[in-house]
Design a protein around this ligand. Sequence first.
Ligand code: FPP
Ligand code: MG
Length: 301
Amino acid sequence: MISMLENVEVRMKRMIEELDDPYVNGLFENLPRGKRLRAKLILRIAGENERAAELAAIVEMIHAASLLHDDVIDDAPLRRGVVSVNASEGSKQAVMLGDVLYARGFEALTSFEEDIAKKVSHAVTLLSIGEMMDVRMSKSFNADIERYFRMIYQKTAALIEATASAAAMLAKKDEKIYGLYGKNLGIAFQIIDDILDITQSSEQLGKPAMHDFEEGKTTLPYIYLYESLDDEARERLVSMHGKKLADEQKEWIRGMMEVTAAVQKAYLYAKELGEEAIALMEGENEEGLAQIVEAMIEREF
Ligand code: FPP
Ligand code: MG
């Protein structure tokens, strides 16, 4: 018997195969699969049943669409170690493939109750606004921590929050508690993503390492670093923002992160959010959902 997570894969595959377009189908088949965090959440919260698998396939389809668009926006050559669609087919095809996946997901979402469909669609609006904010914020060095949190909530956590609360609605569980769990998990997830960009190698990440700052993204460890530096070092850091970094500049940044414990501070913050999420789930007797948080915090890529 195939696992429920495989069932989700089969559903996604079918959603695209039904379009009967070999080019679209070929591109879709070659997309790297990823961690399927959102699908796992839905199956854990709503149980291993057909409706949960369908909702999981929809959310993963929307997530895949958002990554296709994100790679165009970030001009990313790789996604999870595989050549990105924008790199192999050009940005026009990558945007349109994203639109196909996105529209297909929404078509399937219409078979769900209105409150579930609204929850998921609204999250995609927030996601898009968050991504726009990320682009704007990349234009100059951002030391405003509240602005960073607002952006990552919208860009990443809003869909995970909606995923968890929509799954709770499906299972007639408390959507507020599960939504808050998803929000905390989502914010922690993005902070860990931002940390791994600094601490891991390109091989481990499947994409160029230390690239966020080159792209103009002042992520949480950089904000903490900035807060701990004297004026002269601050100036030096800001002067490197948004440009290709030489190896010795990368070493300087990594060294300063070490001295000031900026990465560690960001990690502790993510861990705290994770612990809040775990505590919420302990109250609901959801051992599996606590494990998802732990694995996410401890991940290496
Ligand atoms: C990854 O961020 C990007 C996201 C989590 C969301 C992107 C959202 C959109 C492009 C909105 C449009 C969505 C649809 C469905 C039309 P990142 O660049 O920090 O992470 P990465 O390192 O994985 O690229
Ligand atoms: Mg990106």
